[in-house]
Structures are given as C-alpha cells and as structure tokens.
Design a protein around this ligand. Sequence first.
Ligand SMILES: [Ca+2]
Length: 151
Amino acid sequence: MNCSFEDSFCGWSNTGQGDWLRNRGPTVTRNTGPTSATYGQYYTYVESDTALAQLTSPPFFSGEDQCLTLHVYMYGRAIGDLVIKQSSVKTKVNLITDKISGSQGARWIKHVVKLVDNTDSRIVMEVKKSQTKSYSWEGDVAVDEISVMKC
Ligand SMILES: [Ca+2]
C-alpha cells in the first residue's frame, strides 16, 4: 500500500485508458506539474491529455481508524479533479469517494482521507482529461508518498 514510487509502483497498477507514469524531475509540460518529488526522487503523475487515468492499489486490510495520506501536486490552468476512492474488492462498491478539484498552487500538499473499516479494500485514484478548458495541456496531476496508517 505505502509507496513513494522510488523503485516501482509498489504493486499499484494502471487500470484505466491512460497512464500514470513514474517520473523524476519536472514533467515534460511547462507551467504545470512538479519540478521534483516531495520525498525521494520519483513520483507518479498523469499528463493532462490522458483520457481516463486510473491507478489501483493492491488489496489491503483497512481496520478501524485508518487514514490514507497522500501528497499531491496539482498546478496549472487546466487542472481537473483527482478522485480518490476506497472500493471493496469483492463487491466493487465504492465505500468512500473523495475529490480534490482545481489548481492547488505550485506546491505539494498533504491530503488525508479517513477510510472505512473493511477487510478487503483497494484504493483507486482517477484523473480525467479536461476537454473544455483552454490551455488544456496545463493540467498535470502528480502524487507521491502514499501511506495508510492509524489516523
Ligand atoms: Ca517519491
């Protein structure tokens, strides 16, 4: 579950139409995306021209009083939504749906989601392409340093 993307995706996998990529240093697009990771050297991000990028965690046990913490970098004129879900592996039902919308400034921010007590969970992170905004390429969404621990 915990991942800083330094060596790999730690078992998280791309399950959408587009890709979450591992990267170090700045993204290829100007005026959007981070210039470096928040922890270590690598992070994961979505280019804003991706249709629907979905990154899904391995199954894990979410006990009482667990929180998902992640660090996100969402900066640019065309930043859309980062949707974060806790879903049940067996039923595929979304137990939690959380969302960060729009540009958050040129910095990494820490985001915490309180999870539901569920034995068999996955975390799913989704970014959809912003088709309506001008400067639509300025919409890179980056994530680093994901962890699940006691709140
Ligand atoms: Ca990292």
